[in-house]
Design a protein around this ligand. Structure first.
Ligand code: GLY
Length: 562
């Protein structure tokens, strides 16, 4: 009960921009997890305290997040991980992104007139791609885990079986989607009590999900992709008109890929490679700004934000033009992160004005998010894991697969249903990201690790659709270019531009005169609330980790007890 009260007390704090009076980030040398849920951070930190590796902590954190904040991740979703191994100085990007089922077709979301039906790609079983989450976590654990698999699964299994206290965020997300949930009896049974959103502090049990987690605990990834759970999931799909079959599940495999790996201002930036656009967009913008003294421009000054917005417009235009699943058509990464791209972006910059849309190349790209979660982990041995996990939109497809308790993603909406037509995030794209069987939809997830002299300096990433990239980027710059404490860096107001729509979104705390200066340069400046949530851990040269979770999702980091 004490724990519940503490959680609620934290969650009810009203987040606002950092002030001099705010306490600094949580600091520790013993290892740390910064998730967007205090409960999940604590579970990960307990794994570290038990002698686990950063990977054990990451797997336990991800699994618990899927139970306590199921609107944003879970067994029915997928993830990307960037991992740094201190021994052997090895970097890995793990792609456990969902894939289109074998029966998917390019035009599956077009109606008889050839128009995109947005409901079809976002709601119900046909919106779901084959989940990658558990295959990814299993692979990570097989490669690097130190603690027994059962031990890292146990906190999630216990939370689902014995119940967990509903957090304010879960209550809020259920409230926001109440009508849609009420219209789906299987969801309503879980998240509504007498028709009302399950109240904060209520103990919520998920017995069906617990049964699935028990199979995973016993059999590893096979407990999900083969056998009884796979059969029941596929049978529910067949009955309800979805496409995922037992064969699709059995065929799923995560992929190890080289990360986007770039030098920047004496650091080494490791971030997610395609089929995420996150690393490429992040690095293009960092390189375009690298020659500037950003501190001299001033943090969140109009001169800085105009530069940033311009670089973002180029990078998002390139994203739409060039990017998709690299296993289907080569992604010319060099055209995004190479010297020529850097020079092109720098040379087109006009300090006085933004350009017309076409000047950034190609075609076109707001947001409903809440279906993604990022957490950052470091252990005392210098290993680090950045994981961004997703079911896409809040509560994914809103489809619970039969009696498996698995809430399936609607990641199919991250494909281009029709070239040029925006998806739920307002993002557009071309052929490279159209639907094909077995193909992975383009993502914006940007799990990122920055090294300094071969040691971890920053682990960072975000949730928030395309704002994942801009949130990650600005917090990285706040810490590494503006020397901010991670907490101040995460709390500082941010901007977003994704080229299309041609809107420069600024958080309301950005000063009025700054907004006016940006407007004068031709930007369509719109004040918008925070849609992304960044979790960051910075590590100094003495090995002290400082972590912060974004106030927008009311999470909190946790350190391993000494
Ligand atoms: N589902 C959000 C993303 O992958 O970008």
């Amino acid at each position: 009960m004490k724990r519940i009260t503490a959680l609620l007390a934290f969650a009810l704090l009203v987040p606002g921009p950092a002030t001099a009076a705010d306490p600094p980030a949580l600091a520790a040398k013993s290892g740390m997890v910064a998730a967007d849920s205090e409960h999940a951070s604590r579970v990960g930190a307990e794994m570290l305290a038990a002698g686990g590796d950063a990977v054990d902590a990451a797997v336990a954190t991800a699994l618990v997040l899927g139970v306590v904040q199921p609107f944003a991740s879970g067994l029915g979703g997928g993830l990307f991980a960037v991992v740094w191994r201190a021994d052997g100085e090895e970097a890995l990007a793990l792609d456990a992104r969902e894939v289109a089922p074998a029966a998917a077709t390019r035009d599956m979301y077009l109606d008889a007139e050839g128009n995109v039906d947005p409901q079809a790609s976002t709601r119900g079983p046909r919106a779901a791609a084959v989940p990658g989450e558990i295959a990814g976590l299993w692979r990570l654990h097989q490669r690097y885990g130190k603690l027994p698999w059962k031990q890292v699964v146990a906190p999630a299994l216990e939370a689902a079986r014995d119940g967990f206290p509903v957090g304010v965020l879960l209550h809020g997300r259920v409230t926001a989607k109440k009508d849609e949930i009420a219209a789906r009896p299987a969801l309503a049974e879980v998240f509504l009590v007498d028709g009302a959103p399950v109240a904060p502090g209520t103990i919520l049990r998920r017995p069906r999900l617990a049964k699935t987690l028990a199979a995973i605990s016993k059999h590893g990834a096979d407990g999900f992709y083969r056998g009884d759970v796979a059969k029941r999931l596929a049978a529910a799909m067949a009955k309800d008109g979805g496409l995922i079959t037992e064969a699709d599940l059995a065929a799923y495999a995560p992929k190890e890929r080289p990360p986007v790996d770039a030098p920047w201002r004496g650091y080494r930036v490791l971030s997610m490679s395609p089929p995420s656009s996150g690393g490429a967009v992040l690095v293009q913008v960092l390189r375009a700004l690298e020659h500037l003294d950003l501190k001299a421009l001033g943090h969140n000054s109009s001169a800085y934000l105009h530069r940033l917005a311009e670089a973002l417009k180029h990078a998002f235009a390139d994203r739409a033009r060039l990017m998709g699943d690299p296993d289907f058509a080569p992604v010319p990464l060099e055209q995004m992160v190479g010297d020529a791209a850097r020079d092109r972006v720098r040379s087109s910059f006009d300090a006085a004005r933004t350009h017309e849309r076409a000047a950034y190349g190609g075609d076109y790209a707001l947001p409903e998010d809440g279906g993604t979660s990022h957490f950052s982990v470091v252990d005392a041995r210098g290993n680090a894991v950045a994981i961004t996990t997703t079911v896409n939109l809040a509560f994914g497809s809103m489809y619970l697969a039969g009696d498996t308790g698995v809430l399936l993603n609607n990641e199919m909406d991250d494909f281009v249903a029709k070239p040029g037509v925006p998806n739920a995030f307002g993002l557009v794209g071309r052929e490279a990201n159209t639907i094909a069987p077995g193909k992975r939809p383009l993502s914006s997830m940007t799990p990122t690790i920055v090294l300094k002299d071969g040691r971890v300096a920053l682990v960072v990433g975000a949730s928030g659709g395309p704002r994942i990239i801009t949130g990650t980027l600005q917090v990285l710059l706040n810490v590494l270019a503006f020397d901010m404490d991670p907490r101040a860096a995460v709390e500082a107001p941010r901007i977003h531009h994704q080229w299309v729509p041609e809107v420069l979104a600024v958080e309301p705390e950005i000063a009025l005169d700054v907004r006016e200066n940006l407007q004068r340069r031709g930007h369509d400046v719109q004040a918008q609330g925070r849609y992304n949530a960044v979790q960051a851990i910075a590590v100094d040269a003495d090995g002290v980790a400082r972590g912060a979770s974004d106030p927008s999702k009311m999470g909190a980091p946790a350190a391993a007890a000494r």
